[in-house]
Design a protein around this ligand. Structure first.
Ligand code: GLA
Length: 333
């Protein structure tokens, strides 16, 4: 039998961070960097990687993905433990997504493994399964945005996603802009304050109800100062996602850029997921000619910034374009 080839893109979020785990709005796109798995059926899950010294070898039942070694195998194990497949795979992983570079290389691996193991459900089901796999593998209660964007990418479009209704509205990315990702600092969400933020949002919702439908005045009335700030960020960020999508549709690039800057300021001041290094990188890029807007992107505490610019304005970083979501390619020769 000829081997199967599966390809899953990376992602970058243009605006809407720390809104997904309260069922809010995000605006990512799947980007033109890919993780590929080339594999054949096998009785275990055995993968080598072009970027990792040690291979992964797993049985078809895994109880505790966090105990798997080498560490990259935990993402594979998370998917295996969720799927409990009857048939394994043997193959090789390669990627053009910068590993640990903030473009979701680990999430792309999870989605690719699920497809390689024969997952056959919808985009939403694939995103849900790989989100659960990630939560199990990392122990961090991350939201669904990353896997949803990787599974549901649309070429040439950013994705207005409602993480409560689990819907995607593709919005064209104008031809005359660049989206540029710059890596600033390595980070991992394991051991970060990410889980604290998830808890703080739950506390806010226990007081005022769903943040997705709360208005700014209600968020601003929360008694506890820290919880109030977190809620104010989420409520305003959901609004900014809608305004950003409208600005792109109207080709108001300056307006879109201002919303990115406001989003960064909110992550810095209200949500407190930025760092002085990230702030300095954003301030620097914002001061350059031809830059409409720039912000920290993703979980924070380090990672990447993303800029919207005139074509060619920013040569430092990865220029990315929007591509279709993960899929099984035709069988390889
Ligand atoms: C990480 C998580 C996502 C999301 C972002 C912040 O990337 O994996 O679910 O919460 O942080 O927007």
């Amino acid at each position: 039998m000829s081997p199967t080839v599966v390809r899953a893109p990376g992602r970058v979020n243009l605006i809407g961070d720390h809104t997904d785990y309260t069922g809010g709005l995000v605006f990512p796109m799947a980007v033109d960097r890919w993780t590929e798995i080339r594999c054949a059926p096998h009785d275990r899950v055995e993968l080598t990687s072009a970027d990792e010294a040690e291979p992964v070898s797993l049985p078809l039942r895994v109880d505790d993905p966090t105990a798997v070694s080498p560490a990259w195998g935990r993402y594979v194990a998370g998917v295996v433990s969720e799927m409990a497949p009857t048939q394994g795979i043997r193959g090789r992983v390669s990627t053009t997504i910068p590993i640990g570079g903030g473009m979701s290389s680990s999430h792309a691996l999870e989605v690719a493994v699920a497809l390689a193991l024969g997952f056959e459900g919808s985009v939403v089901e694939l995103a849900q399964l790989t989100q659960r796999a990630e939560n199990r593998a990392s122990g961090v209660p991350t939201g669904i945005m990353d896997q949803f964007a990787i599974a549901g990418g649309v070429a040439g479009h950013a994705l207005l996603m409602d993480c409560g209704a689990l819907t995607i509205t593709p919005v064209p990315v104008p031809d005359d802009v660049d989206v540029v990702v710059q890596f600033v600092a390595h980070r991992t969400l394991v051991g970060s304050a990410y889980a604290d933020r998830v808890r703080e949002c739950a506390t806010a919702e226990a007081e005022i109800g769903p943040l997705r439908t709360a208005d700014p005045a209600t968020a601003a009335s929360i008694a506890d100062l820290v919880v109030r700030r977190r809620a104010m960020h989420v409520v305003a960020e959901n609004r900014r996602v809608l305004d950003f999508a409208d600005a792109l549709r109207a080709h108001d690039l300056a307006g879109a850029g201002q919303l990115m800057l406001a989003s960064h300021a909110s992550l810095r001041d209200l949500y407190e997921t930025s760092t002085t290094q990230m702030d300095a990188a954003v301030d620097h890029v914002a001061s350059l000619p031809g830059v409409y807007g720039v912000r920290m992107t993703g979980g924070g505490f380090g990672g990447c910034i993303v800029a919207l610019t005139e074509p060619g304005a920013l040569t430092d970083g990865w220029r990315v374009t929007a591509v279709e979501g993960a899929r099984v390619l035709d069988a390889a020769p």
